[in-house]
Design a protein around this ligand. Structure first.
Ligand SMILES: Cc1cc2nc3c(=O)[nH]c(=O)nc-3n(C[C@H](O)[C@H](O)[C@H](O)COP(=O)(O)OP(=O)(O)OC[C@H]3O[C@@H](n4cnc5c(N)ncnc54)[C@H](O)[C@@H]3O)c2cc1C
Length: 381
């Protein structure tokens, strides 16, 4: 079977790309094997929410998202140089909210409502070969298809990236991220509260009523131990880490631990192939950038194919992939550099770097133009 576009990967970026490509009239095959429920949540900034609305991926963020209007940062380290407490309010830049916090599984449900039909294969891709300008894709269940354009949305260990010789560089971290849903006696409504500890932030993201989504970065062994604790001990640990500011903590879900790494991919589009989402970049979940960046990949992917007509040639696909690569370079470098710098400054034991961070928080706290710039940058503008 011959298609215009084959999309590999059924995570949020793959589902969004498949749906938007099919809605533009292209013949699409989507390889999306079933996977365990995604218990992560994503803080998506206003420009990303606007993109999802404009593209028709969601219809009303209020229906299943919690607005994020304030961000409170508390330096909870015992370091010599500690930053002052800081509160950032979206009203300062005259917007209703910085963004919304969504459950990934709710986003996936919303994205999986295509208005156009396309073929979905619930199977893992095993082999990808390029023959006469087309991609031949074979999968675990014996399916074999051909496509003029290929999109790799197949995550950090992307087969598309590795099979087609895209260069990449991975740096594993000793830190992991623990996520869980927790209810407190009281919470700061629509405020994300970040406690910065020596090994990484402990962040409480509002999820409606007195519920929060916890994202806790720490050494992998520490988090693994916490994840295996009985619920009562876990609750006690959460109270301690949040300085008992919000009363008693009640875990609502089991804790899940995600190992962290940095992945940099210098070229993300070539020869009619495109890398999007975590196939193209990955970093620790601080500053809420990963899926925001992944959905900006999808936005630029759509911009790169928008001039094409169904049945396009391999040359058209090559030109579109080059256009996509050009469109993505600036954003990928800026965002990757920002998150890497932020993460290293948070976990550093070096006094000069702690001083720079402290100076940075003071400047952000006191200088209005710098605050505004930081707000816009953090939101991906
Ligand atoms: C703890 C944590 C908190 C986070 N919080 C935020 C946040 O607040 N804001 C934010 O913007 N981002 C956040 N992120 C990042 C965000 O979750 C990811 O960037 C996003 O989910 C990645 O989506 P994806 O579609 O690119 O990849 P994935 O979700 O990894 O999807 C890849 C898919 O490809 C499939 N696949 C792999 N190989 C094959 C194959 N050979 N054939 C077929 N299919 C294949 C897999 O089964 C998988 O379904 C967070 C991440 C973590 C770990």
């Amino acid at each position: 079977m011959q298609y215009d576009i084959a999309i590999i990967g059924g995570g949020l970026t793959g589902v969004a790309a498949a749906r938007l490509a099919a809605e533009r009239g292209f013949s699409v095959v989507h390889f999306a094997p079933a996977f365990a429920k995604d218990y992560r949540t994503s803080a998506l900034m206003m420009p990303t929410v606007d993109f999802m609305l404009h593209a028709g991926l969601i219809s009303d963020p209020h229906a299943f998202g919690t607005p994020l209007r304030k961000i409170r940062i508390i330096d909870a380290t015992s370091r010599l140089l500690r930053a002052p407490e800081a509160l950032f309010d979206s009203a300062e830049i005259e917007i209703e909210a910085f963004g919304y916090n969504f459950a990934n599984c709710d986003l996936l449900d919303a994205f999986s409502q295509p208005s156009q039909h396309f073929d979905v294969k619930e199977t893992m891709v095993e082999q990808i070969k390029q023959e006469n300008g087309h991609y031949k894709i074979s999968s675990q269940d014996g399916t074999s298809v051909s496509a003029t354009m290929l999109v790799g949305a197949d995550g950090k260990k992307s087969k598309v990236r590795d099979s087609l010789g895209f260069a990449s560089h991975t740096t594993p971290f000793k830190q992991s991220a623990l996520v869980a849903d927790v209810e407190f006696d009281r919470v700061e409504k629509e405020t994300s509260v970040e406690f910065h500890y020596e090994n990484g932030p402990f962040t409480l993201v509002p999820a409606g009523d007195n519920k929060i989504n916890l994202v806790w970065l720490d050494d992998h062994e520490v988090l693994q131990k916490v994840a295996n604790m009985p619920a009562a001990d876990f609750a006690q640990e959460l109270g301690k880490k949040s300085h008992h500011l919000f009363g008693h903590a009640k875990p609502l879900t089991k804790a899940f631990v995600f190992p962290l790494s940095n992945l940099a991919v210098p070229v993300v589009g070539k020869d009619g192939a495109f890398l999007i989402g975590e196939a193209a970049h990955a970093f620790p979940p601080i500053g809420a950038q990963g899926l925001n960046l992944g959905l900006r990949d999808v936005e630029d992917y759509v911009a790169a194919i928008d001039g094409l007509v169904p049945g396009f040639s391999a040359t058209d696909a090559r030109n579109a992939s080059k256009k996509y690569d050009d469109l993505r370079q600036g954003d990928l470098k800026r965002t990757g550099g920002f998150v890497d710098g932020l993460f290293r400054s948070l976990i550093t034991e070096m006094l000069p770097a702690q001083g720079v961070r402290l100076g940075g928080v003071w400047a952000l706290k006191s200088l209005s133009p710098l605050r505004k710039f930081a707000f816009q940058f953090g939101m991906g503008r």
